[in-house]
Design a protein around this ligand. Structure first.
Ligand code: ADQ
Length: 467
């Protein structure tokens, strides 16, 4: 039987050294939480990626290999230098900010680009160690955009799919990348390229066309498609009805008795618009003094990319502003913003989603955003209000949300007021519509539609090159 080999920068678990062995903990982030909660496919499945630790001596690697093997996971070890240049550098300080429309945070560095190429080669070698003719390889995300071409060159019989979890930017942004053609060429060799939204797919084709017209020799993409990623609806929906979750919900309800809870959940990232959200909440309190003390913002922020300078700066800035706003609106024993800088266990997170009257999901730019979908799925048949940024991929599907422009502070404050005052019948009607969408378009649907389409493609033909 043919195998399905999933390849992503991170494995779905990270290895924390403990004595002579390792403690394996789940990796945070949308790709990992989403994909690992999907059901298996008909093929035998395994996953290749970085376990979060740098190169170690052979006996240590062997021990980790043994533990991971039982879970069908294959580690790729990065050197400290590549971790810095490929991961923190090119992936997170070049591609990530640029593709999210933050050219001011983007830097372009030859050494990091070299490391990116080298690590993509390294991943290619790891895949080839286990891939057999006609296996399917599903490559994920912006860290590995050269990998499809490398794999097709070395083993054309492989069926190679590529899915981009972040936005594909418009040409005016993409063309800033000095290695734009190489990146396009790397992705384009895949048999199928998937995006969250039609807009990203359109921008990809537009970049292809314009860069080719400028004289660069790049492969023609064979098949592209729109596959909005989703969540395991049943898992969230069922868990939210369990006695344990109901107890957690009650705990929060008691803690915030007679108060409205607005929930915000993200990785600490400048693309998520956390500061803009904070200022909008401040504006809301300023404009609606009657709600001071009655409406609480619970802000969960999960640590992310702590080695990257502007993430550390954002944390300091955020915490300073949080303190200022709390200082401005607090009364004894009653503060407006409750802030947690940590990852929460799954049940606690679901309990909080369940208790929250409003979810405030307002990224400045986001490929999809799974938090918005998780909130809706958790609500069951109950009420709740989702405020969602127009710049999240999820906004294309979740039409019944209150949609906002996160750059417009007044409109955001107004949206919070509207959410606080929305009547129950309206809440239920909107939640029902969004629930229906997510129930059908769940993570299994996403996975199977991508893989079915990929499996229907004859992979042997080499993609034509055009000038
Ligand atoms: P992310 O940028 O990581 O993913 P997102 O889709 O919102 O963003 O997923 C975050 C995940 O982390 C969610 O599953 C959420 O439950 C979890 N999480 C966040 N804060 C947490 C906390 N404090 N404790 C526990 N869990 C927490 C990238 C893209 C997204 C795209 C996904 C999937 O940037 O746009 O939706 O991939 O394609």
């Amino acid at each position: 039987m043919n195998k399905l080999i999933i390849v992503s920068n991170r494995l779905p678990v990270k290895a924390i050294p403990r004595g002579n062995s390792f403690h394996l903990v789940p990796t945070e982030g949308g790709l990992s939480t989403g994909l690992k909660s999907s059901s298996g496919s008909d093929s035998e499945e395994c996953w290749i990626g970085w376990p979060g630790i740098s190169n170690r001596e052979q006996p240590v690697k062997d021990e980790l290999n043994k533990q991971l093997e039982q879970l069908h996971l294959h580690p790729v070890f990065l050197s400290e230098k590549d971790k810095k240049n490929y991961y923190e550098g090119f992936s997170n300080c070049t591609i990530w900010p640029l593709f999210h429309y933050f050219p001011c945070y983007t830097h372009f560095d030859d050494v990091e680009w070299e490391s990116y190429q080298k690590v993509n080669d390294q991943f290619c070698m790891e895949v080839l160690k286990i891939a057999e003719d006609n296996d399917t390889v599903w490559v994920h995300d912006y860290h590995l955009m050269l990998l499809p071409a490398l794999l097709k060159k070395k083993k054309p019989s492989l069926k190679v799919g590529f899915f981009l979890h972040i936005p594909f930017p418009s040409y005016e942004i993409f063309r800033m990348l000095p290695w734009a053609s190489q990146i396009l060429d790397g992705i384009s060799s895949a048999d199928l390229i998937g995006f969250h939204t039609e807009a990203y797919r359109k921008y990809f084709h537009e970049c292809q066309e314009k860069i080719r017209k400028s004289g660069d020799n790049i492969s023609t993409p064979r098949n592209t498609g729109v596959f909005p990623m989703s969540i395991n609806f049943d898992k969230f929906n069922k868990t939210s009805k369990s006695p344990e979750i109901k107890a957690i919900e009650r705990k929060y309800r008691m803690r915030f008795k007679d108060q409205k809870i607005i929930l915000s959940v993200d990785r600490l990232d400048y693309t998520k618009g956390i500061l803009h959200r904070l200022y909008a909440f401040e504006r809301f309190l300023e404009q609606n003094p009657k709600y001071v003390g009655n409406v609480k913002l619970v802000m969960l922020v999960v640590p992310s990319r702590t080695n990257v300078g502007n993430y550390r700066e954002l944390k300091n800035h955020l915490e300073g502003e949080l303190g200022r706003i709390n200082g401005r609106f607090s009364h004894f024993g009653n503060i407006p913003i409750h802030y947690f800088y940590r990852s929460l266990p799954f049940n606690e997170l679901v309990g909080l989603y369940k208790a929250a009257d409003i979810a405030l999901v307002t990224p400045l730019r986001d490929g999809m955003n799974l938090v918005a979908k998780e909130y809706v799925a958790t609500k069951g048949k109950g009420k709740g209000v989702l405020i969602l940024s127009k710049f999240a991929g999820a906004a294309y599907e979740l039409n019944a949300a209150i949609k906002v422009n996160p750059f417009d502070e007044n409109a955001m404050a107004q949206a919070i007021k509207e959410a606080v005052e929305q009547d129950e019948a309206e809440q239920e009607k909107r939640m029902r519509a969004m629930r229906r969408t997510i129930k059908i378009n769940n993570v299994d649907h996403w996975k199977f539609s991508f893989l079915n389409r990929l499996n229907g493609i004859n992979s042997r033909k080499a993609p034509p090159k055009q000038t």
